[in-house]
Design a protein around this ligand. Structure first.
Ligand code: GLU
Length: 415
């Protein structure tokens, strides 16, 4: 894992797409590097009176289609290259679901699990103070991502509003409901992913009622995905995991009870009635649907031949390496690539921005209906291109997204 570079993977993917589409070199050059990168140092007063300096990043990858959009990650292993890759993937994600936004990503090197609420609030506010001149409702709109929460979004929105001396709800999405959040944003990533899996299951002839599911990761995406799997689609979730390890039960796990166990103990591990399973072994279980919902680079050339799932729904960003992609495709596994499968989060973020701008809020039913339409349309567009060009689903998703970004860049006279 040490030599894994997510941005090298992102560039390799864009290179393949450039070949398929025979892109002019100017377009290819624009697409394989970020438009703007910001690096900041953030001094934060810690609870013990000391000052700790955190490093933060924001990469604004491409804004041809609109203001850049993308989450902020708080993670000890954060690197500029990871943020670049994730910003690129946000660009393709927004283009693919056809929302008028570009792509960005932010990150801070820190370990939020070792920090108090007060320290996290001061870090969140420091990040926004440092970035304030580069973000805004019409410029770049952050959101939650790995280890950042709606509460942190509220602090960040408040800090930005204080700087601008007026309420600026639209500067950030994924906020709690009372301060400009949208109905349905909480489970939007998982729900959007399930709309796509539902369509894929029909294409692959997988009966969802009773289908066997394994989920790697039990954060915002994974935990909601487990709940939707059982409650909405009648699937049986036989294994889940988090950073501390995994659990399995062939008779099915009860997602809410697992979530309560994690809330009480800090992990899914040790859930009563379950057997332990490693994060690696979970990926190779005999299931119909596998949902990687944690971090990058977990399905690689070494374990891809052992993946038994018929459908892989990537709720994580970047879970599959390019070599693994080829192996899965050759083995007939239907992979729903990350920037298609997890685009539900940013789609409802976009709905949140629209509601903030109009100061008029939608009900849950309206959010779900629009999200379903957006995700289903995107899936069909990707499937059509995959069949037309005889390429895998990720390459097809690239073709759809890159065509749109390229057309916008050309119309604007950039390339
Ligand atoms: N962090 C999420 C993603 O990777 C959501 C981004 C957003 O809502 O802007 O798609």
């Amino acid at each position: 894992m040490a030599d894994f570079n997510a941005f090298a993977v992102a560039q390799q993917q864009i290179d393949t797409c450039a070949q398929i589409l025979e892109l002019p070199s100017s377009v290819h050059e624009m697409l394989r590097a970020p438009k703007r990168e910001i690096r900041v140092s953030l001094p934060v007063k810690m609870d013990d009176g000391s000052v700790k300096v955190f490093r933060g990043f924001r990469v604004q990858y491409n804004d041809a289609l609109g203001p850049t959009k993308g989450g902020i990650r708080f993670h000890p292993d954060e690197t500029i290259d990871t943020v670049r890759a994730l910003a690129a993937w946000m660009t393709w994600k927004c283009a693919l679901v056809d929302i008028p936004l570009g792509g960005a990503k932010g990150g801070v090197i820190c370990d939020p699990k070792q920090m108090s609420a007060g320290e996290l609030e001061r870090l969140s506010r420091a990040y926004i103070r440092a970035m304030a001149r580069f973000i805004g409702p019409e410029t770049d709109i952050p959101a939650p991502d790995v280890y950042t929460t709606p509460q942190m979004m509220a602090w960040m929105m408040d800090e930005y509003s204080t700087i601008r001396q007026k309420n600026q709800f639209g500067v950030i999405t994924g906020k709690p409901l009372p301060v400009g959040g949208s109905a349905g944003r909480g489970d939007a990533t998982a729900r959007g992913g399930w709309y796509v899996i539902r369509e894929a299951a029909e294409v692959c002839g997988v009966e969802l009622d009773g289908a066997i599911v394994a989920i790697q990761g039990y954060g915002n995406a994974g935990a909601y995905a487990a709940r939707l799997a059982t409650e909405t689609y009648g699937c049986k979730v036989i294994a889940v995991s988090d950073s501390k390890g995994g659990i399995t039960n062939r008779n099915g796990l009860e997602p809410d009870a697992v979530a309560r166990h994690k809330a009480d103990t800090g992990s899914v591990v040790g859930f009563p009635g379950s057997e332990p399973v490693s994060n690696e072994a979970l990926l190779e279980l005999d299931v119909d649907i596998l949902i990687p919902a944690a971090l990058e680079n977990v399905i690689t050339e070494s374990n891809a031949p052992n993946v038994k799932a018929k459908i892989v729904g990537e709720l994580a960003n970047g879970p599959t390496s390019p070599e693994a992609d080829d192996i899965l495709h050759a083995g007939g596994v239907h992979v729903l690539p990350d920037f298609l499968c997890n685009a539900g989060g940013v789609t409802v973020s976009y709905f949140e921005m629209v509601q903030n701008a109009y100061m008029y809020y939608w009900d849950l039913e309206q959010v779900h209906r629009r999200l379903d339409a957006t995700m289903t349309t995107a899936y069909r567009a990707v499937l059509d291109v995959a069949r037309e060009y005889n390429i895998n689903m990720r390459q097809a998703a690239y073709v759809v997204a890159v065509r749109r970004v390229t057309e916008a860049m050309q119309l604007r006279g950039w390339v």
